[in-house]
Ligand binder design. Structure first.
Ligand code: SF4
Length: 527
């Protein structure tokens, strides 16, 4: 009795056996054929066996997992790929399965990369024999042209990481071109947000070592301005709306401070300028490796951001104190900007209950701004982990009635939205889709919310227009739901000529099969 269910007589067909295959080298444990569809635990065990324990332990400390440990969004490596592709004079090379590289290059071009992504292909043999590493080294030598590049970034995806391809054995520099090798496996780096930190942190570490070894070149914009700013600077961690750094600079000016570079940077030499700042402002709280580099360079790190009235007052005070600014000058900055923030918030109030979730890292800041604008926000979910730099925002939100869920899973985001039935759900694509099915207005966080100014007076009124317009659409959403009522949902969605052919018995069998597999896996773990 095998438990196999048969629906026709295909099993009776004669199978023609061809000639035996020649012996091929066995693929390595964790080799090709595994990926994010395979067991993360197995990939991780293979990577550890192949000598990657040190890097995996560091990722586990920097990017703590749980309650769920699997990416529920895109491949994490997209984060680091995007950081490299947005830098001038930086070449990017991926080493991984062709399907992963196809997906990653597709998405990067979809988002307008307009740059080539290098790829070193492999097969079981080159992976097993170490030839893949030699191929990567050859590719890097070929690319390292100092007239074209300041740096070449090589990224090991899941399979080469699991197989222990040793990027740290690459030369650190060829003809003056820096070589930065990173491992970004899906089983070690939970989100694409944190993968940005993997590359930003690796570049900062490299730049810090260069700066410690001797004088380094100034970035183009510093040269164009005739040299270093006469005021000490504050560098920022986290991608922002382009107008936000300008607003941040204006708010720092009364304290005698200037805006420094934003990390991830746009050119290599900005890394030196970022490390040269008086203070690092971690606008996004998940840049753990980057924060470590700033602290190693002796730069204090300040979390949160000037969002809303409370946020602006607290951030100016924290940055001013970290930079050693006199209390009168901190008060001057607060007096110059808080009335404008107040006025902007009052001019653009938000009325309604909103649940919010996303994977960008700015979710807590957006929630603060919404609450200060007048909205009720009972739930904030972020795919990013709880970190020291995000504590002030968490405390403020919880004090204002929000449940903050770090490392939120899609199921948690959906459950919160379905329980609260808000006037507006801001979230990831599947959350927005579910909200629409329920007839609730919804906005996609990444495109519609995080692509707006948030800081100071400019940010205070920026969300109201889009949020209020969406909340006002409730009647239309309900009409749409009624209109589509009866077309089916889930596996009965679409146009059917007869009754959908549901087979709950098949499902029950499949469920039992999965449960059996799970029991077998658990039993194996106990042995
Ligand atoms: S590299 Fe990305 S797409 Fe490929 S297996 Fe890993 S997580 Fe999945």
């Amino acid at each position: 009795m095998t438990g196999e269910v048969r629906y026709d007589r295909a099993h009776e067909a004669e199978v023609l056996a061809g000639p035996g295959r020649e012996e091929a080298p066995a693929p390595p444990r964790g080799g090709d054929g595994l990926g994010c569809h395979a067991g993360a635990a197995e990939m991780e065990a293979a990577a550890r066996a192949a000598g990657k324990s040190e890097i995996l332990d560091r990722y586990a400390a920097d990017y703590p997992q749980g309650p769920h440990d699997k990416p529920q969004s895109m491949c994490p490596a997209f984060g680091s790929l995007r950081v490299g592709l947005r830098m001038r004079r930086v070449a990017t090379v991926l080493s991984g399965s062709a399907c992963c590289v196809y997906g990653l290059t597709f998405v990067s071009h979809f988002y307008g990369a307009r740059r080539s992504v290098g790829y070193v292909p492999f097969n079981s043999e080159t992976l097993v024999t170490g030839k893949l590493f030699e191929d990567i080294r050859d590719a890097v030598h070929e690319l390292a042209d100092p007239d074209r590049y300041d740096a070449v970034v090589v990224t090991n995806l899941c399979v080469p990481t699991a197989s222990g391809v040793p990027l740290k054995l690459l030369p650190s520099e060829i003809n003056g071109v820096r070589i930065v090798g990173i491992d970004v496996p899906g089983f070690g780096v939970p989100t694409h947000a944190e993968a940005k930190d993997v590359l930003a942190g690796a570049m900062l570490a490299y730049a810090r070592a260069e700066a410690e070894a001797g004088p380094v070149a100034a970035p183009d914009h510093v040269k164009a301005a005739g040299g270093r700013a006469d005021r000490p600077t504050v560098s920022f961690l986290g991608e922002m709306f382009p107008a936000d750094p300008v607003m941040l600079g204006a708010m720092l000016a009364p304290m005698g401070l200037a805006a420094g570079p934003v990390v991830p940077c746009r050119e290599w030499r900005e890394l030196y300028a970022a490390l040269d700042a008086r203070v690092c402002a971690a606008i996004h709280p998940f840049y753990t490796a980057s924060m470590r580099e700033f602290e190693a360079a002796g730069r204090p790190v300040v979390g949160s951001a000037p969002v809303g009235r409370d946020g602006t007052a607290a951030w100016l005070a924290a940055v001013g104190q970290a930079a050693g600014v006199a209390p009168e000058r901190i008060a001057a900055a607060q007096n110059a900007f808080l009335p404008a923030v107040d006025a902007a918030l009052k001019a653009a109030p938000v009325k309604g209950t909103i649940t919010l979730s996303g994977y960008e890292g700015s979710e807590l800041l957006v929630a603060r701004l919404l609450i200060e604008s007048g909205a009720e926000v009972p739930y904030v979910g972020t795919a990013c982990p709880r970190t020291r730099a995000g504590e002030a925002d968490r405390e403020w939100l919880e004090a204002h009635g929000a449940k903050v869920q770090f490392r939120a899973s899609l199921e948690q985001d959906l459950a919160a939205m379905e329980a609260v039935r808000p006037d507006l759900a801001i979230g990831t694509t599947p959350v927005v889709q579910r909200a629409k099915e329920l007839g609730l207005p919804a906005l996609y966080f990444t495109n519609l919310i995080s692509a707006r100014p948030l800081m100071g007076p400019a940010g205070a009124g920026s969300l109201a227009e889009v949020v209020n317009a969406a909340i006002g659409n409730r009647g239309r959403m309900e009409r749409m739901r009624d209109f589509f009522e009866g077309v089916g949902e889930g596996d009965t969605a679409g146009v059917w000529e007869g009754e959908p052919n549901l087979r709950p018995d098949f499902r029950a069998i499949h469920l039992r099969k999965l449960e059996k597999q799970e029991r077998a896996r658990k039993a194996e773990e106990m042995i």
